[in-house]
Design a protein around this ligand. Structure first.
Ligand SMILES: [Zn+2]
Length: 179
């Protein structure tokens, strides 16, 4: 059970403005897991907290930038944030009719039992579980719509970025496949 006095005054929250872009979201997720709530304050309602974290999450995050740089360096050209497509895909390759989503394992519930990043927090499960599983359900729904519209979809999970060589092979295999 989460108690206010467990965290009040004990969590050193750096000024987010001083944290490099791309590290903020991870920091907040780590912190949220550590203290069982969001961002070291208990003054937010779950919906306000969720909205605040959503704003942070939707910026150009580290994992997305890394996949973009890698794809670009491999010579592939893509478009960003096609707002007219379901789920606003991170990378869109219109001529290949292919789409890549880069998903944070925590926020999007990476369905891999071995993924340590996707573990649910130990407390406030009543808040986190429906929220994160809702994200996952929405992702699957968006992917289904895209596939029905003739797109092919690859999801790159955050934990897969650790092995750059393997990721490069995955991207090339997906983007070059004309079958
Ligand atoms: Zn993962």
């Amino acid at each position: 059970m989460w108690r206010k006095r467990d965290v009040a005054g004990k969590v050193d929250v750096p000024n987010p403005a001083k944290v490099e872009d791309g590290t903020v979201a991870h920091y907040l997720v780590d912190l949220a897991i550590k203290v069982g709530t969001a961002v070291g304050t208990d003054t937010l309602t779950p919906s306000a907290r969720s909205e605040r974290m959503g704003r942070i999450r939707n910026r150009d995050t580290g994992p997305e930038m890394r996949v973009r740089r890698l794809a670009h360096g491999m010579g592939y050209r893509y478009r960003l944030y096609r707002a007219d497509l379901p789920g606003k895909p991170d990378l869109v390759f219109p001529s290949r009719r292919k789409i890549i989503f880069v998903h944070g394992c925590f926020w999007h519930r990476h369905p891999d039992a071995g993924c340590t990043l996707a573990r649910l927090p130990k407390s406030r499960l009543d808040f986190w579980r429906p929220k994160l599983e809702g994200n996952r359900a929405r992702d699957l729904e968006n992917q289904k719509k895209l596939i029905e519209n003739g797109w092919r979809v690859l999801v790159v999970w955050e934990c897969e970025l650790r092995d750059a060589g393997r990721l490069e092979r995955t991207l090339r295999g997906f983007l070059d496949d004309e079958s």
